[in-house]
Ligand binder design. Structure first.
Ligand SMILES: [Zn+2]
Length: 418
């Protein structure tokens, strides 16, 4: 099966070359696109619309989707660890299976409506671990978004939760591609880290972990393990997996940067979350640029917004040009491709209804990306060669039903938080 699009203006996501004509979009995980002379009658007319490749979110937390508008914490956090303790660890401990499903459905919906067709998620629900990844995977599949999931294992809630995290990770990796999730060095013992690495080796996976998001991670590592976080991860072999994703990497010294730049690991930068938590900003010093991916860290599901924020906050510090910032958005395609993850072929597309007051050309497309385009322009989305959003409505699921279900679950969750 194929989708046919008439009168297309297609912008190549790599060289920004603009091609007009009729496009055939093949269905399937590794489907291609091809310009054709003519289309069958059922072809969709795309006159006046722009078409380009959709986006990837390299670090998300679907579990936080019901947090919007939740009650304030009983105590006001004074630092990053207290933000975790009073807000996020209070929330994730209350999640049950229905809430997890609602969180995943609304996240998938929001990603797709923002033109994101592949999400790399980091999940935590310490008292509803069993089957949690499969619940999320099924919800993502139902709405039509490709994914790479992991469970955020940690020692913070005791031995039982830790064991369940390992079991859930292994059970999931037996059935589906995914990553091995760890929370952060400061909540992960040597034993757990070793078990996680063993699982990553056994299932040809990688580790997905937060790294030096706050100085507290480094201080705990020095105190308990007498080294810095990157050295600790390196000692366990975590940086040798080409599938490993390190979230944040803000508080690194020169030596850590040098080790990381020569490693196989990738770095997921989440600028808005860093500003929100007041933890500082990532720097690409020491040759880290080639490893940088962009995520949202659960703040939202809009990668255009993440990219624009990243550009505005980093342009004076990271010594980069506009095309380099665009590469940050697009490098996740390389991560997925080089690691042979399926679901991000050229048949993942966004159709933009973008009425610019100025011309769009190959040479100025990035000017539109950084200063004009917003996700409001995403009119339709094709994932793996199938319609998943058409005229701003999800195709496979009912948006009103999902939002009503999410509101019910949010109310249940918030009652437990108080
Ligand atoms: Zn995160």
């Amino acid at each position: 099966m194929s989708i046919f699009l008439n009168n297309v203006t297609y912008i190549d996501w790599q060289n920004h070359e603009i091609t007009t004509g009729n496009l055939r979009v093949d269905t399937g995980n590794n489907g291609m696109i091809e310009f054709v002379d003519s289309c069958p009658d059922e072809a969709i007319d795309c006159q006046g619309k722009l078409i380009t490749k959709s986006f990837v979110c390299a670090h998300h937390h679907a579990y936080s989707a019901l947090a919007r508008g939740m009650p304030l914490p009983q105590k006001t956090p004074q630092n990053f660890v207290q933000i975790l303790e009073y807000i996020w660890w209070n929330l994730d401990k209350k999640l049950d299976q229905e809430m997890i499903r609602a969180s995943a459905l609304v996240t998938a919906l929001s990603c797709l409506k923002n033109g994101v067709t592949f999400v790399i998620d980091h999940h935590a629900s310490p008292f509803a671990i069993e089957n949690s990844l499969e619940i999320i995977a099924e919800a993502f599949d139902e709405v039509g978004i490709s994914h790479l999931l992991c469970y955020e294992m940690s020692g913070r809630d005791g031995e039982d939760c830790q064991q369940k995290g390992l079991q859930e990770t292994e059970r999931y990796l037996q059935n589906r591609p995914g990553l091995v999730g760890l929370h952060a060095s400061f909540t992960v013992s040597d034993d757990l880290m070793k078990s996680a690495v063993d699982l990553a080796e056994k299932y040809d996976s990688g580790i997905h972990i937060h790294v030096a998001e706050d100085l507290a991670d480094q201080e705990a590592c020095k105190k308990e393990h007498h080294c810095r976080v990157i050295q600790r991860l390196d000692k366990f072999g975590i940086l040798n997996f080409p599938k490993t994703i390190l979230g944040h990497c803000i508080h690194l010294d020169q030596n850590e940067r040098s080790v990381l730049s020569g490693s196989e690991a990738w770095i997921a930068v989440n600028t808005e979350s860093n500003l929100n938590n007041n933890v500082g900003l990532f720097s690409n010093r020491g040759g880290l640029e080639e490893r940088v991916l962009l995520g949202t860290d659960g703040m939202h599901s809009d990668m255009l917004r993440s990219t624009q924020f990243n550009y505005l906050c980093h342009k004076d510090h990271d010594g980069l040009s506009v095309p380099d910032f665009y590469l940050r958005l697009r490098r996740a395609h390389k991560y997925l491709k080089t690691n042979n993850f399926s679901g991000d072929s050229d048949n993942n597309l966004i159709i933009l209804n973008y009425n610019s007051p100025t011309p769009v050309t190959t040479n100025n497309w990035l000017g539109h990306i950084f200063y004009g385009l917003t996700s409001d322009s995403v009119e339709s989305v094709i994932a793996n060669g199938e319609w998943v959003v058409k005229d701003r409505q999800p195709v496979r699921t009912n948006e009103d039903e999902i939002l009503a279900f999410a509101k019910e679950q949010a109310i249940r969750l918030w009652e437990k938080l108080i």
